[in-house]
Write a protein that binds this ligand. Structure first.
Ligand code: AMP
Ligand code: ZN
Length: 197
C-alpha cells in the first residue's frame, strides 16, 4: 500500500484525497465571501490574502485564463475591463493614495490576476527581498503596458524578465532610489515616505 493511501485511510477518508496545489489557492479565494470585494459577469475582485501594502487587491477574470502568456487579441477588452475594475476599487478604498495597477512578469499563482496596490508598502506581509523587488522593479509590469503589447503584437512577450533577477537586483527605495543593505533597513527608510504614498 502506498504511503499516500495509508495516510488518507488514517484520516478516515474513503476516497483517495488529492490536496490542491498551493499555486491554485486564488481559485478558492475567488469564492470566499471574506475575501470577495466586488464581482460582475467578467471578473472577481478579492483582497490579497497576504497584502504587501495597506491596500492590495487582485482582479481576476472569471474566464479560465491561467497567465499572461495565454493572452491574445481576443482578450483586449477583458484586460481593459480588469484595468477599470482595479482603478475603481482602489479609488473607492484608498482614494487619494498613490497606487499602481500591474502584473508580475512571471506570476507564482495561477489564474491571471491584476495587482491593485497602494505604494506605501506598509505591511507585515512584505518581508523578503523577493517580495520587494517583485513590486518595485521592472518585474512589475503596468497594466497599460500589457494592454499595449496585446494591441501592437497580439501577445505579451516578457520572456526577458526572469524571476531569478528578483534576488540579484539590489534593494532600492521606490521613491528616492536610495540603496538599502537589508529589508529591515529598507522598511524603516520607507516610513518617511508613507505620508506621500
Ligand atoms: P503573483 O502570483 O506573484 O502575482 O502573486 C500572487 C499574490 O496572491 C500575492 O500577492 C499573494 O499575497 C496572494 N495570495 C497568495 N495566496 C492567496 C490566496 N489563497 N488568496 C488570496 N491571495 C493570495
Ligand atoms: Zn526613499
Amino acid at each position: 500500500m502506498s504511503k499516500i493511501k495509508r495516510k488518507h485511510e488514517d484520516e478516515g477518508q474513503s476516497k483517495p484525497y488529492k490536496k490542491k496545489h498551493w499555486s491554485l489557492g486564488l481559485l478558492d479565494s475567488m469564492t470566499d465571501p471574506d475575501l470577495i470585494v466586488e464581482e460582475d459577469d467578467l471578473v472577481t475582485v478579492i483582497k490579497d490574502k497576504y497584502p504587501k501594502a495597506k491596500f492590495h487587491y487582485l482582479v481576476l477574470p472569471k474566464e479560465n485564463i491561467t497567465n499572461l502568456k495565454r493572452l491574445n487579441t481576443s482578450n483586449i477588452e477583458l484586460l481593459k475591463h480588469i484595468h477599470i475594475c482595479g482603478e475603481k476599487i482602489i479609488k473607492k478604498a484608498a482614494g487619494g493614495r498613490n497606487f499602481r495597477l500591474g502584473y508580475h512578469a512571471v506570476a507564482s499563482m495561477s489564474r491571471l490576476h491584476l495587482h491593485a496596490i497602494t505604494q506605501d508598502f506598509d505591511s507585515s506581509c512584505l518581508k523578503t527581498k523577493k517580495h520587494w523587488n517583485s513590486f518595485t522593479t521592472k518585474f512589475f509590469v503596468d497594466s497599460k503596458v500589457i494592454i499595449k503589447q496585446l494591441e501592437e503584437n497580439g501577445k505579451v512577450d516578457l520572456a526577458y524578465l526572469n524571476p531569478s533577477e528578483l534576488l540579484k537586483a539590489e534593494l532600492k527605495c521606490h521613491v528616492c532610489d536610495m540603496k538599502q543593505g537589508n529589508m529591515p533597513k529598507l522598511k524603516a527608510h520607507i516610513k518617511q515616505h508613507v505620508q506621500d504614498a
